[in-house]
Design a protein around this ligand. Structure first.
Ligand code: FAD
Ligand code: SF4
Ligand code: SF4
Length: 468
């Protein structure tokens, strides 16, 4: 267990032997007694530094005080002033790099477990109360129903706008639905949060691929403003021989097949998936750890290969620990050079690495050790080295992008097209904490404010002008 977690009240977890047999949630969360005990450790600091670590600025000491006083409705109300998805953020935020990193108790190695307390508060919300909203006639289109799109939609709906979300897949939620597995983020939590947003009056249209069905320019004729939140779902490849062999998956495809299409229940569900005997997962982020833990649940022996050391791994600390407990092997300072096999994967050739000086993002650069090649036997390889923006939408319209294909935006998140805003992974998530749910939500909130300011300046578009 990492040193910093030793004095925290830790929630109970299911036993590794049990949990790798199914997809049910691993972390069981706090019970009331545990939550109050952890909340009581909070010093209730004035000018609390933890708030500065939260990208959406939740009043952390206040909601923790309400938990301590058992005023749960007030706790969740305080959180929801800044965050409409607390059940999700409490589970998936990289707290150790955000709010908890800034807790003063770090000086004594015992930061408050803020994420668990937020999750506890979200579960105490037994009845969702919908506020009275005075509707206005302006219409906003949102492309993509991940955390950026959902957050922007909720904020605009609360201001009275009529909001329509266009989603390419058959289910809303973005990565929350198709990427992060059930054992880390139960889909009932995502559905509950989406339900709340629908109750605010937001309409979600699924199976609508914008760029193919409509161009942005066409949508602009019908809507007063647009928010593009289409994420970065295009997997990056390694560019090494053997990537086309049978048995090689991108983590994106592998996880979507299981999380969204329920491929692990084939033939009960239509989509199949290969269940490898020995799987190698390449990468060190949350996506790699999720893919490895899913493969483990499908019965495979799993090894993660990562080109740096454990210290540099960008994945959430808690999930690295969970993967280790579940028997996932970690082969560090290792880089793949060739996937071996004729038609099907038979193994992978790798080279050993060492750490050189720091690169631009402050992490030590991996350098290959000459002639240190070796082979690993496996029948499945999952590539999880990052994702980029899908050009379908951005290329179909006249929107400016950077050299990597991310949409360019100004300080108000407006793109090169007037009235069209963008946020979340589609504008690049390369901040110091990488692409995160809470960063996408922060963008969604900021865009909602910018869109409100923009729409107020614009002349009200009459319904008959839109042909309604
Ligand atoms: P997304 O969540 O990607 O949603 C974009 C949506 O837009 C999708 O539903 C997509 O179908 C839709 N779309 C795309 N193109 C179109 C189109 N042309 N027309 C209509 N709809 C379209 N972050 C964390 O903070 N903690 C974690 O533990 C964590 N784990 C992760 C695990 C995995 C497997 C992955 C893939 C990511 C993880 N992340 C994590 C990162 C985080 O999920 C993303 O940064 C975040 O979801 C980005 O939100 P978004 O709203 O910008 O995009
Ligand atoms: Fe911490 Fe994330 Fe909650 Fe903010 S939203 S307080 S960063 S867990
Ligand atoms: Fe509580 Fe830590 Fe925030 Fe202080 S910094 S208010 S102890 S969570």
């Amino acid at each position: 267990m990492p040193e910093r977690m030793k004095k925290q009240v830790l929630p109970s977890k299911r036993e590794p032997k049990e949990r790798i047999k199914d997809f049910n949630e691993v972390n069981l969360g706090y019970n009331e007694e545990e939550a109050i005990k952890e909340a009581s450790r909070c010093l209730q600091c004035k000018n609390a530094s933890c708030i500065k670590g939260c990208p959406v600025g939740i009043d952390i000491p206040k909601f923790i005080r309400y938990i301590k006083e058992k005023k749960y409705y007030m706790a969740i109300k305080t959180i929801k002033r800044n965050n409409n998805l607390p059940g999700i953020c409490g589970r998936v935020c990289p707290q150790e790099k955000q709010c908890e990193k800034n807790c003063v108790l770090n000086a004594k190695n015992q930061p408050i477990n803020i994420g668990e307390l937020e999750r506890f508060a979200s579960e105490k919300e037994d009845e969702i109360r919908i506020p009275e909203i005075k509707k206005i006639k302006k219409k906003i289109a949102i492309i993509g129903s991940g955390p950026a799109g959902l957050t922007c939609a909720a904020d605009l709906a609360l201001k009275g706008y009529r909001v329509v979300i266009f989603e390419a897949l058959h289910k809303p939620g973005g990565v929350l639905t198709y990427g992060i597995p059930e054992f880390r983020l139960p889909k009932r939590i995502v559905e509950k949060e989406i339900d709340f947003i629908k109750k605010l009056g937001v309409e979600i249209k699924t199976n609508m691929v914008i760029g193919k069905l409509y161009k942005i320019e066409e949508l602009l004729k019908k809507y007063d403003a647009i928010f593009i939140a289409s994420g970065a779902g295009l997997p990056k490849l390694l560019g090494i021989p053997g990537e086309n062999l049978i048995g090689v998956y991108s983590a994106n495809e592998f996880l979507t097949r299981v999380n969204l299409m329920k491929a692990h229940k084939f033939p009960e569900y239509d989509t199949p998936i290969k269940k490898g005997k020995k799987t190698v997962v390449i990468g060190g982020g949350n996506v790699a750890i999720d893919a490895a833990r899913v493969a483990r649940r499908l019965g495979s022996d799993v090894t993660i290969i990562y080109r740096r050391s454990l210290n540099e791994m960008p994945a959430r600390e808690e999930e690295i620990l969970n993967a280790q407990e579940e028997g996932v092997h970690f082969m560090l300072l290792t880089n793949p050079t060739k996937i071996l096999g004729n038609e099907k994967v038979e193994g992978i050739e790798c080279i050993q690495m060492m750490l050189g000086p720091e690169d631009i993002d402050g992490r030590r650069k991996p350098v290959p050790i000459e002639e240190s090649y070796f082979n690993i036997e496996c029948d499945q390889v999952i590539i999880a080295i990052g994702q980029g923006p899908n050009p379908l939408l951005t290329k179909s319209s006249n929107l400016e992008t950077d050299e990597k294909g991310y949409l360019k935006v100004d300080e108000n998140l407006m793109t090169s097209m007037i009235g069209v805003f963008a946020g979340g992974d589609i504008i690049g998530g390369e901040g110091k904490n990488g692409a995160t749910v809470i960063k996408a939500m922060g963008d969604g909130k900021k865009a909602a404010k910018s869109i409100d300011d923009f729409a107020k300046q614009e002349k009200l578009v009459k319904e008959e002008d839109r042909g309604e």
